[in-house]
Design a protein around this ligand. Structure first.
Ligand SMILES: Cc1cc2nc3c(=O)[nH]c(=O)nc-3n(C[C@H](O)[C@H](O)[C@H](O)COP(=O)(O)OP(=O)(O)OC[C@H]3O[C@@H](n4cnc5c(N)ncnc54)[C@H](O)[C@@H]3O)c2cc1C
Length: 341
């Protein structure tokens, strides 16, 4: 098995349990589920500590293992992919911040700016155009209490469903209409007044200028010209960003966002220096993975158990639950069955 640039040979008398942490860090693997998730979604939660590189899944697939639970990976619910909680750095997952002193800070490079209020920024795509209400959240974690009254087990509940999508993520991944998959970089644009309101410091270790995740300039057009980095595959037209900011400022004057319905746009972007901070969606959970049965035995493409092969946690598919509880329970079940049969 390949992992972290090394080959790992595993010899076992009774069983092998795959618990390699999932696949959302492997671009080719994750694109089987969602073709939009191209290279620019490089801020995977847990990285640069944990790569979630699909190495366990790929090793099992090489001996015929089946995958499972694809819908769990792309359903618009939960933490499969999240809106960033911190901007201006590569790793902006909302519930994790890399601080100086961390063992991997040299690879994380910056802590990021925690966004307290999305009224303080506008988010634009590679072309410098807004695409959604910035205050909208990511996908809903679950649907608890969303249908009221709720009849357990009844299809009639469907008539009480209100369609209310949280589509900032889909809009961010929609792309710029140039035939490429992937939405490209998303930039949070703001001014010196926003920096003051949020108490941000636009210097290291908070922002990552060196690797191209944060830019500043004294004019909006100059800011657009500054944005040059690995994933910005087309230059941002300066006139686009100027028009976007001018139009947004007019919405602050009129009190209504005529384009995306942001609730009462609050702050104009007028005071230099102006900033562009990386605000691209962040992949998180793996919920599609190796097909397992109730003993956590891996199943092949014929629906048969692969003797001696087990899997649990993020690398296992078909059990759509976030986090450690799933991993711990499946590890326990797999270990028990591997020993006792
Ligand atoms: C930022 C963040 C915050 C989270 N917060 C919470 C939370 O608050 N509550 C919660 O319940 N869950 C949380 N989770 C999720 C939880 O951490 C994971 O679901 C859980 O750790 C998954 O366990 P696992 O054993 O499947 O994989 P991991 O814990 O990722 O373990 C996989 C291990 O396998 C190693 N490995 C990978 N490939 C190979 C290979 N080829 N050879 C040898 N070793 C390999 C990895 O280095 C790693 O040590 C969080 C996850 C992240 C990333």
């Amino acid at each position: 098995m390949e992992h972290g640039g090394a080959t790992c040979n595993i010899r076992a008398r009774e069983a092998v349990i795959i618990a390699t942490g999932g696949s959302t860090g492997n671009v080719n693997f994750r694109r089987m589920f969602d073709p939009r998730l191209t290279e620019e979604y490089c801020g995977l939660a847990g990285m640069p500590w944990s790569d979630q590189d699909a190495s366990g899944e790929i090793a099992a697939m090489a001996i015929g293992a089946s995958l499972w639970g694809f819908y769990n990976q792309v359903g618009e619910v939960g933490f499969n992919i999240t809106k960033p909680g911190a901007i201006g750095c590569q790793y902006g997952y909302q519930n994790l911040r890399w601080m100086p002193g961390s063992a991997v800070f040299d690879r994380a490079r910056a802590t990021g700016l925690r966004v307290g209020d999305w009224q303080d920024v506008i988010t634009v795509n590679m072309l410098g155009r807004r695409f959604y209400d910035e205050t909208a959240p990511g996908f809903t974690t679950n649907n608890y209490n969303s249908i009221n009254p709720y009849e357990p087990g009844s299809y009639l509940n469907a008539k009480n469903v209100t369609f209310s999508p949280n589509n900032w993520l889909n809009a961010a991944m929609a792309g710029i209409g140039d035939g490429h998959n992937g939405g490209g970089p998303i930039w949070a644009i703001f001014d010196a007044d926003a920096v003051r309101r949020e108490n941000w410091v636009t210097a290291p270790p908070w922002v990552d200028r060196e690797a191209g995740f944060f830019f500043s300039a004294d004019s909006i057009a100059g800011l657009a010209r500054e944005i040059v980095m690995k994933y910005q595959r087309v230059p941002m037209p300066p006139e686009n960003l100027e028009q976007t900011v001018a139009r947004y400022n007019s919405f602050v004057d009129s009190g209504a966002d005529a384009d995306f319905g942001k609730p009462r746009p609050a702050h104009k972007i007028v005071t230099p220096p102006f900033h562009a901070a990386w605000a691209t969606p962040v992949p998180h959970d793996t919920r599609a993975g190796l097909r397992i049965n109730a003993h956590c035995q891996v199943i092949d493409m014929n629906g048969q158990v692969i003797p001696g092969l087990y899997c649990g946690g993020e690398s296992a598919g078909g059990f759509s639950q976030h986090g450690l509880a799933r991993a711990a329970c499946q590890g326990y079940i797999a270990g028990h069955h591997a020993v006792r049969g």
